[in-house]
Ligand binder design. Structure first.
Ligand SMILES: NC(=O)C1=CN([C@@H]2O[C@H](COP(=O)(O)OP(=O)(O)OC[C@H]3O[C@@H](n4cnc5c(N)ncnc54)[C@H](OP(=O)(O)O)[C@@H]3O)[C@@H](O)[C@H]2O)C=CC1
Ligand SMILES: CC(C)(CO)C(=O)C(=O)O
Length: 338
């Protein structure tokens, strides 16, 4: 592996695939002259059929995106509400960014779809994007990242793990609800040389962005917390802090942490006692006591949850390593039944 820092077109476009809460947050804070959203190609089927032009078979270097030729540029407008800083109070800014009609000039791709949508969203766009364009995956949980790197092992693919919090109380309002940290690191071999440059570019947002060469380890740390909080909040329909007193949680958390400790060791080599994991989960539940978790929000809005990439991923790991995961299985089944 070479140790150099790869420069890539700093003047190129930063394209965001997934114009939801996370995508809109980064888009609003990165330099606006360089940012735009990639539309859903599935919703543009008619345009694609009419143009009748196929992508350059996997070379991705064609420099233009024929499918959307003739499509007028449309804009995505929303209000960014920053309630993250107790010092500055609430600030509002109008954001107006393009839906991109061309993939020609993309020098960095941020993927902010939900975990379950990531592979198909990338399947539709990557054939048009240059093969040396770094792709940063922002999904929570694990499993979707591996699916992407197995599908495109030669591309520079990175992952981000973030504790930023964003939500959309209304379609055209994006609330930056909690300032946090974002760690970015390489998943594929060719991504190593891009990491510093990607971190520098993301840091232009003003958010705290750090290089993390052990990004999978970092994703596991977040997975542990999500596995111990999200499903309980969805099943109990309560804010994060309320789970710790609920009988369902109190009766199953030690069993859950025993499963996670064994899986953590089998997958990453990290040895952490189940009690320490429980402490970590409860510290986050208490520090985010009034939060509605993403899974509770998804269930209440009738959306598909990310359970398959959180407790469901742990069940799959258990099957691979011969580790029993009855509590994780119970949580997956019960959330799926909601
Ligand atoms: N929000 C947060 O605070 C945090 C989120 N994360 C993680 O970030 C990821 C995104 O979360 P979040 O932003 O909240 O989710 P959202 O549901 O708000 O956004 C996902 C977006 O992806 C779009 N999308 C889905 N499929 C496609 C496709 N094929 N092509 C183009 N766009 C597509 C959706 O479009 P449509 O609206 O049309 O369905 C939606 O706008 C998740 O994995 C989440 O766990 C991590 C930390 C914090
Ligand atoms: C840490 C936690 C539980 C905060 O709400 C989260 O990441 C989520 O809701 O998905």
């Amino acid at each position: 592996m070479t140790a150099g820092v790869k420069r890539f077109g700093d003047g190129g476009q930063i394209a965001i695939l997934g114009a939801g809460s996370m995508g809109r947050l980064w888009a609003a804070l990165l330099p606006s002259s360089r940012c735009g959203f990639l539309p859903r190609l599935d919703s543009l089927g008619q345009t694609a059929e009419r143009s009748n032009i196929a992508p350059e078979d996997g070379t991705g270097h064609r420099g233009s995106f024929s499918r959307l030729e003739g499509t007028p540029e449309t804009r995505c407008e929303y209000v960014l509400v920053i309630s993250a800083s107790p010092d500055t109070g609430v600030a509002r800014t109008l954001v107006n960014l393009p839906w991109l009609c061309s993939a020609a000039d993309i020098s960095l791709l941020l993927v902010t779809t939900k975990a379950g949508d990531t592979l198909s969203a990338l399947e539709s766009w990557l054939p048009y994007i240059a093969k040396d364009t770094p792709v940063v995956l922002f999904q929570n949980g694990l499993g979707s990242q591996q699916a992407v790197t197995e599908r495109w092992p030669g591309r520079p693919i990175l992952a981000a793990s973030t504790t930023e919090g964003a939500n959309r109380p209304e379609p055209d309002v994006l609330v930056h609800a909690g300032a946090g940290d974002t760690w970015v690191g390489p998943l594929t071999d060719s991504a190593y040389d891009y990491t510093e440059s990607v971190v520098q570019q993301l840091a232009q947002s003003g958010l705290q962005v750090h290089t993390e060469n052990s990004i999978v380890q970092r994703l596991w740390q977040k997975l542990v917390v999500n596995a111990g909080i999200n499903a309980f909040t969805a099943l109990l329909d309560c804010p994060n802090g309320a789970i710790v007193d609920a009988p369902l949680y109190r009766q199953t958390i030690d069993g859950l942490c025993t499963e996670i400790a064994a899986l953590l060791q089998a997958n990453t080599g990290e040895r952490t006692a189940p009690q320490a994991l429980r402490k970590r989960i409860e510290a986050v539940a208490k520090s985010t006591t009034n939060n509605t978790s993403s899974m509770r929000a998804d269930v209440n809005a009738g959306r598909k949850t990310e359970i398959d990439f959180i407790n469901g991923y742990l069940v799959q790991c258990g099957q691979r390593h011969g580790i029993a995961t009855p509590v994780n299985q119970m949580l997956v089944q019960r959330v799926q039944a909601l």
